[in-house]
Design a protein around this ligand. Sequence first.
Ligand code: HEC
Ligand code: HEC
Ligand code: HEC
Ligand code: HEC
Ligand code: HEC
Ligand code: HEC
Ligand code: HEC
Length: 443
Amino acid sequence: MTGLMARQETGGPDPKHQRGAVSPRRAGMVIALGLAATAAAALWVAVTAGRTRPVTGRLRNVRLLTFDRPFPEGGRFASDPYIGSHVCAECHPGEAALHSRSGHALTLRPAARRALSRRLDGTSVADPELPDVRWSYRYADGRLSIARRTPNQVEECIAEYAFGSGHHATTFVSVIDPVVPAILEHRLSYYTRDGVLALTPGHETKPPPPGLTPHGGVPPPRDARACFGCHATQVSARGSPGIDEAMMIPNISCERCHGPGRAHVAAARRGAPESQLALPFGPDRWTAPDLLKFCGTCHRHPSGPRPEQIRPDDPNLARFQPIGLMQSACYRQSQGALSCVTCHDPHARASSRRAEYDAVCLECHGGPAGSGGSARSLARPGAVCPVSPRQRCVECHMPQVGVDAGRHILLSDHWIRIRREAQSTAESGTAVSNTHARVPHDP
Ligand code: HEC
Ligand code: HEC
Ligand code: HEC
Ligand code: HEC
Ligand code: HEC
Ligand code: HEC
Ligand code: HEC
């Protein structure tokens, strides 16, 4: 572990909620904040009461379905409509193989199961902002514990969940109370590209956002639940507002996108005709706007933020691909011919082969005589680029930009456009070229 990057000032709006900020304003917020403050206060009492103390009462690992226990063959309960995605692989091995390596399949795991946790054992780093505070990581007895050390106190916490596949970053989360639900989002996250432990987005102490504790964030219950909602297939099978660890199906599995599959599998096994095999969400039945809305439930959709929050000069917008894409002339002027699956196989990791994307661009921008120029029947075909007519489209029109305060994560800006501002953002250090090495895959 090398040194930490110095904290940089964020230019834009509240970076924390680069994760949740563009969600609509909520009525229950005041109550929710109240509850969070109570939870934070309880946590604070617990941690200040002694020298070495656990931060949460739960000194155990979670035992997650599909990692620590198999999906029960007969379902989690009588007439469970879910069957578990391992079953899909029997008949759809191609999709299953791609999906198993994708971020979707790896984004919510028990912290103890991550190779990263073992690698962090013995690591000790200074807090990026607070003098006298050090963080140390210990992996022992199949558990990762994170200790906050000051000259006169050590507070320890078991990291239960690891959010993020590690393709970009990993944030550890501990559950304080699964019923409320109250969680602790740890103050430091691990950033793969730079190989550093640095502040979790939004955890800068100046000015301290509500719910920030010395250990990290204690978000309001709705936001705590939402973390799991976007990183899991089902958080509770019983309609509970909490984090139902006995029932939860972690990660974005086949059944999160296609819908519960038990009836489909039964029908396929008895050789039912294809007409009876349709799933709630299948191919070719969705229009581009519907698909964007669907992917946008997690990747965010323009119906979420207030219009004035959607600004081309906000690098953090690169986190929200549907919002970006839907601002582009390519989307607006191609009459539903462009959606996420035009460029991505939804089962796979995003390809890093630029030529594949160039080929997609040229389907619309290849010119009348160009190869692929007529591949998509457009009412209005796209123009040919006067600068680079055949190649390297993404480099200039969808560059990678650094998001969040530390700029440890690079994301491709899906707002396809002519970037007259490219030079000025490059000077201010937010636009980054596309030539970085791919981050290694964390198994
Ligand atoms: C016993 C074999 C079998 C299993 C297991 C199975 N499928 Fe299928 N599936 C089929 C067949 C057969 C079809 C229809 C032909 C085709 O599209 O391949 C199909 C079609 C599909 C389609 C296209 C359906 C549509 O609505 O147009 C999707 C999506 C799909 N399966 C997803 C899944 C998922 C998700 C699972 C796991 C929950 C699963 N399948 C498990 C056999 C199976
Ligand atoms: C239930 C929430 C959810 C839905 C729905 C969803 N995603 Fe994702 N997606 C995520 C999360 C979370 C990640 C980050 C995974 C990680 O930790 O790396 C992600 C990552 C990705 C990636 C990067 C994958 C990689 O490994 O490089 C692509 C591409 C992607 N999603 C495309 C889509 C598309 C296309 C759709 C719609 C068909 C979609 N997603 C629907 C939550 C979702
Ligand atoms: C509205 C859905 C949504 C909510 C709520 C949400 N996430 Fe995510 N999260 C995503 C998506 C989508 C991605 C993939 C972003 C990308 O790669 O473009 C992601 C990515 C991540 C990553 C990988 C690193 C990164 O930033 O790309 C981590 C870690 C993470 N989320 C943790 C959390 C935690 C912790 C919470 C709760 C405080 C949370 N998320 C709440 C949808 C969500
Ligand atoms: C992020 C959402 C997402 C996840 C997760 C996902 N799919 Fe899909 N799947 C889609 C979309 C969107 C399509 C339609 C793609 C298109 O139209 O190009 C699709 C298409 C399919 C098809 C039809 C393929 C075809 O060419 O007709 C099958 C079969 C399928 N998925 C199976 C699976 C299986 C099995 C899994 C789990 C291993 C899975 N999917 C996970 C979104 C998803
Ligand atoms: C489905 C068709 C389609 C695809 C695919 C597509 N575009 Fe476009 N794009 C259009 C249309 C239509 C317009 C509007 C007419 C024009 O300006 O050419 C447009 C406009 C543009 C513009 C001008 C934007 C502006 O604000 O003036 C750029 C730059 C551009 N596209 C780049 C790309 C790049 C790069 C790709 C590949 C990553 C791409 N497009 C993929 C259809 C498409
Ligand atoms: C015109 C082509 C195009 C379309 C359409 C498109 N993407 Fe991408 N996407 C890319 C490119 C290019 C990358 C960068 C891949 C790389 O080099 O790693 C990317 C990467 C991603 C990533 C990985 C994070 C990152 O920024 O590197 C996610 C997540 C993602 N796309 C989601 C989506 C979603 C969701 C949609 C639909 C709203 C979508 N994309 C539509 C071209 C596209
Ligand atoms: C080296 C950077 C660079 C590359 C590579 C590049 N472009 Fe451009 N592109 C530009 C610039 C700059 C403009 C604005 C030109 C002007 O208006 O003088 C532009 C303009 C465009 C336009 C608008 C043309 C019009 O007449 O309205 C489209 C469409 C476009 N590019 C598509 C593409 C596609 C598709 C590719 C890949 C085949 C591509 N570009 C590769 C920099 C680039």
